[in-house]
Design a protein around this ligand. Structure first.
Ligand code: 5GP
Length: 170
């Protein structure tokens, strides 16, 4: 399958730096728990955490929608829960892409039940094209109109995650 670079790694890193500065300022004096959504957000998550200038704790949550390839069925299940307590803690959920919004809302709902002090959401890519549910994005990197993206952790049937840039599949 053909692919084309959409966002080069240097632009990704500049954006990550910018988001990290905002989070560090907003959470000054606090120690948030950053929760990454497996597996797509892992590269973004690591870059983001390393650019923060405040102490934080990290954890991961796993979500999967039924089906594989480009289209999800819209049914989201949680396949891995967080392993550290988040009750009373400020939480920042870190997601790769928000598309329909179903995954994000499902995860936020599950995390809310654990009684965190607050939950904010950070997403690298905001794809508004297929939005079905309204989502509250507190920190977002890039708005992308259309196309299926791979690279920088994003996959197509588990391929292409290793690419350093964000690419679009043709
Ligand atoms: P949503 O539930 O918002 O429709 O979908 C969110 C999830 O679908 C993302 O976390 C991501 O895993 C996957 N997704 C949505 N769009 C893309 C895309 O363009 N490329 C890849 N690799 N995954 C996507």
């Amino acid at each position: 399958m053909e692919r084309e670079i959409l966002i080069e790694r240097r632009f990704i890193l500049a954006k990550v730096q910018e988001i990290a500065e905002r989070i560090s300022a907003d959470y000054a004096g606090k120690e948030p728990v950053l929760i990454g959504v497996l597996k797509g957000a892992v590269f973004f998550f690591a870059d983001l955490v390393m650019h923060l200038t405040i102490p934080c704790r990290i954890d991961f949550i796993g979500a999967a929608s039924y089906g594989s390839g480009r289209n999800s069925s819209g049914e989201v299940r949680l396949v891995k829960d967080v392993s550290i307590p988040i009750s009373g803690k400020p939480v920042i959920l870190v997601e790769d892409i928000v598309d329909t919004g179903l995954t994000l809302n499902r995860i936020v709902k599950a995390l809310r039940q654990k009684g965190p002090e607050s939950i904010r959401v950070c997403a690298l890519i905001d794809k508004k094209e297929r939005r079905e549910e309204a989502v509250q994005l507190d920190y977002s990197g890039f708005e992308v109109e259309e196309g299926f993206l791979v690279g920088y952790g994003l996959d197509y049937d588990e391929q292409y995650r290793y690419l350093p840039d964000i690419c679009v599949l043709r």
